[in-house]
Ligand binder design. Sequence first.
Ligand SMILES: NC(=O)c1ccc[n+]([C@@H]2O[C@H](COP(=O)([O-])OP(=O)(O)OC[C@H]3O[C@@H](n4cnc5c(N)ncnc54)[C@H](OP(=O)(O)O)[C@@H]3O)[C@@H](O)[C@H]2O)c1
Length: 312
Amino acid sequence: MPSDRKVSPKGVARGKRKAAPEPKPKVKAAPKVKRKAKVKAAPKAKRKPTSKRRSQVRPEPFSDADAKSIVVLGSTSAMARATAGEFAARGYNILLAARDQEENRTIAADIQVRFGVETAALPFEAEDFGSHEAFFTECRRILGDSIEGVILCFGYMADQTDAQADFAKVHRMVDVCYTGAVSILEIVARHFEERKRGFIAVLSSVAGDRGKQGNYLYGSAKGGLTVYLEGLRNRLFHAGVHVTTIKPGFVDTKMTFGLPGLFLVASPDKAGKAICKAILKRKNTAYVPFFWQYIMLLIRHIPEWQFKKMRM
Ligand SMILES: NC(=O)c1ccc[n+]([C@@H]2O[C@H](COP(=O)([O-])OP(=O)(O)OC[C@H]3O[C@@H](n4cnc5c(N)ncnc54)[C@H](OP(=O)(O)O)[C@@H]3O)[C@@H](O)[C@H]2O)c1
């Protein structure tokens, strides 16, 4: 039962715009600590720095060596932001990595103020594979041994019809959703494997469960990612490292803004809560919201001779 429900680029349903889109987590907020939490990437400068100078500021290592911390990749995603908030509410320090550093620093400052944890903002470009090793070295310099997990949220979906006519769009989808993810995750996996501790959680998609004419180009990149994560989970299990594959259905974010035919659209906040819960429960695979597992079970079981006649 598809609906034409429009969703806004800020992740808020039209007509239901709220003043404060972030949820008040039900979980007990991080205990009020006396230590001064700092947004590491934006120290107060005596004169207004240029954007070039600001981007060159290296965050200092987190001061609370006892606290756990996580890295969120693609932190400007509404789902990533909500998930980061859930972890911060549980007392985790957060390193946020994204392309847009202005936006990223704002998110870091917001989380630090609301939850009293330490935050840092770093630039990260999924398609710049050669930069990933140095990026993760920088994460380790800032987080030290406190790094508990990495949550990968970045992704890119082009319109299917546009992508069929323009291979550059397909190339980008595969580079971001699959190759970029594998590039950084192999580096993270080596570190956690050596340390014999940690978790990796990745936002794949229900689109990767079965190829459909409506989005098989994006879906195949996510499907490849899902299979990669199965193998990675198998490999890292033997080192005590857990891998969670998250498969969101439709979530109200800038990725789905204005798309026709969306139904059962979840808010990023609801998704963030479910993602955090699935990671902490060490789920192997989690559909978000949960009912997508039943929808996809049905879709996967439609016989191919019938499925190919359908227009999905
Ligand atoms: N929304 C849904 O219904 C849905 C459903 C299934 C799966 N997902 C997946 O969930 C994840 C989060 O998506 P979302 O819905 O929150 O969409 P979104 O708001 O568009 O977030 C996508 C994120 O990926 C980042 N990104 C894109 N290209 C990148 C690159 N080359 N390097 C680094 N970062 C890059 C974006 O950064 P910029 O802000 O700089 O563009 C943004 O932070 C994605 O992996 C998506 O595929 C979403």
